[in-house]
Each structure stands twice: as C-alpha cells, then as structure tokens.
Design a protein around this ligand. Structure first.
Ligand code: GLN
Length: 326
C-alpha cells in the first residue's frame, strides 16, 4: 500500500548510480538504514548561528564560500558554444552558472548530517559532496543558507545554480526542476516520546486516529502526512521552519510525533533525551540535486562529476565520515 511505503518515482538512471554507490561506496555505502532506532548519529550540533528561523522567504541568506583548488572555469560564452571539449582539454563543459566560475548551491543548513552549521561553517554530506563536485568542475562553491521552501524558487529564478538539501526526488518537484542522478537514499521515519501510545505507522492510520503531527514545512514529511492523513481527517499537521523546531514541539508536548528524514531524526534524537524513532517507515525516497529546467549542460557536468566521485569512493567516504557504520 502506498500509504505505508511510498516509493518515490525514480528515473531508471538513478538505479544505476545507486548500484554504483553500493558497489563503490565502501563497506557501509548508502545512508539508507532500514529506519532503525539506534540513535547513534555521529553528527555535530545543528547550531543555528545566523539562521535561527528569522529570515522569511529567500532574503537575507547566509553564504559560505568554499574555495576549490583551481581557478575560474572561464566565461559561460566559451563554454556554452563549445560543444564537446577537446581530448587535450580536460576542463568539463559546465555550461551556465549564475556567476562565472562559481557554483551557487542553495540549501537549508538545518539538516544534520547533510548540511548544518559547525564552527561558523556549513558542513555535512551535501556540503562536502558539492565541494568535491565544484573542485572537479573547476568552480568555487558558494553555499547559500535559505528556508527549505525557498530552495526550488531560488533555483528556478536563477538565484542559485542548484539546490542540494537532502532533497527528495518527487513528481511534483520535477514539474519545476530537473534532478541529477541520485546520490543517497532517505527514509521518512516517525519520532515519538519514549512513552508514546504510537507504536507503529499503522497507529497513525487507525480509523479513529487524530494525532497532532509535527513536520518541517514543505518537506516530503509535510506533503505525505498532509495528503495521507490530514486530508483524510486522521491528523492535524503542525509545520515548522526547521526540523529541530518540530522536535522541540514534540518535547514540549505540543505534537504527538514528528515525521522527518531518518538521518536528521537520529541526530535530533541523539541531541535530546526521552525520544525514540519507530521501527516502521513512512516512506523510502531518493535524494538528488535540483537544477533549473533547461540548464542541461550544468546538470550533465555535475552528473559526470558525481559518477566519478562515486566510482572513486569519495561519496562513500564522505557518507561514512558523517554517518559511519550503522
Ligand atoms: N528529504 C526531504 C524533502 O526533500 C527533507 C529535506 C530537508 O528537510 N532538507 O522534502
């Protein structure tokens, strides 16, 4: 039944790359656990410096520049018209970027271990993979920290080259953006207090259910619970700007559970006492990078870099560094 495990549409190519993640990504490979509840997140704090939910919309974003080893990638003109690069010329055709020589990544750095603030810097799996991609493409990475629901608008409006935020590939989003190949899997899980009457996802679907559910606004946790539960009269959804705020609401007893991605769930449960993650999953999904529609050259260039980084084991090493062996 789709309400139990909604497997989000994946283009056939994603399967191939995922296979490579498993094949090349080291022993632990993918971060997609089975929704386990060990709570052993190896992440640092989600410290909210400079971004504590105050900035409405996409204004006032924080940026973090991550210089890559090589210099600028040249003007977009010589790349746009160039077609295939010479065999001699190893510089990839990165096509259009908003600012020449710069790869602007829009994210919401409230999502450990994929992106979070640590020591005044945005770090995490996505930040490091993006840094490695930028380096391969000869670009300087700039990370803009904005609200999650502002990421796709930033990409479609040309304020950012790509959105990378543990972002799930969904059919609805594919109407507005194109996705890279997938580089990781996510699972929507349910966080409850240790003494919660909610024992499994089935309890949320009970015909008499009327739980208050906390989610991060505009995430797939929000979308699925809205469609599958609130629209069916089975729950009331409370939407927060940050997953951490939803978890604080849970601790304060303002909601009965939180539906959120498994790795941030583990990090939030590890940071707080009295919470656990239920064994049963709400949904299984693929994470990918979002690009403006039509920005095919950049998407292809990033996909090419991603394939190399997966094959070289870099993606696996980065994932292992932040998630470790579950
Ligand atoms: N994977 C979820 C989504 O894409 C949540 C992402 C996030 O909160 N950064 O909606």
């Amino acid at each position: 039944m789709k309400r139990f495990v909604r497997v989000v549409l994946v283009v056939a190519a994603l399967a191939m790359v995922l296979t490579m993640v498993f094949a090349c990504g080291g022993e632990t490979g993918s971060p997609a656990g089975s929704g386990g509840s060990d709570g052993a997140g190896s992440t640092g704090s989600a410290g909210g410096s400079g971004n504590d939910g105050g900035s409405a919309g996409s204004g006032g974003s924080d940026s973090a520049a991550v210089p890559s080893s090589s210099g600028s990638a040249g003007s977009k003109d010589d790349q746009a018209s160039g077609g295939k690069a010479d065999a001699e010329d190893s510089k990839p055709d990165v096509g259009f970027t908003v600012e020449s020589g710069v790869l602007i990544m829009a994210t919401n750095a409230e999502f450990p271990p994929y992106e979070f603030w640590e020591g005044g810097k945005i770090v995490g799996i996505d930040a490091e993979i993006a840094g490695a991609i930028a380096e391969k493409l000869g670009l300087t990475l700039r990370i803009d920290d904005i609200d999650f629901d502002a990421i796709i608008p930033a990409v479609t409006a040309g304020r950012a080259d790509m959105g990378m935020a543990g972002m799930t590939v969904t059919e609805e989003r594919m109407e507005n953006v194109d996705f890279s190949d997938s580089y990781a899997m996510g699972v929507q899980v349910i966080i409850v207090p240790n003494d919660s009457p909610i024992a499994s996802v089935d309890d949320l679907f009970d015909e008499n259910a009327s739980f208050d559910i906390g989610v991060q606004e505009a995430t797939t946790g929000d979308l699925y619970t809205t469609w599958d539960l609130e629209d069916e009269g089975l729950a009331t959804i409370f939407r927060y700007k940050r997953g951490a705020d939803a978890v604080q609401a849970l601790i304060a007893g303002r909601v009965d559970c939180v539906v959120i991605d498994n790795e941030p769930a583990k990090a939030f449960v590890a940071m707080n006492t009295g919470l656990k993650i239920l064994e049963t999953e709400f949904a299984v999904e693929d994470y990918a990078i979002a690009f403006g529609k039509g920005n095919t050259a950049l998407r292809y260039a990033v996909n090419g870099a991603l394939v190399e980084l997966i094959a070289e084991g870099t993606v696996g090493r980065i994932i292992d560094k932040y998630i470790g062996a579950d």
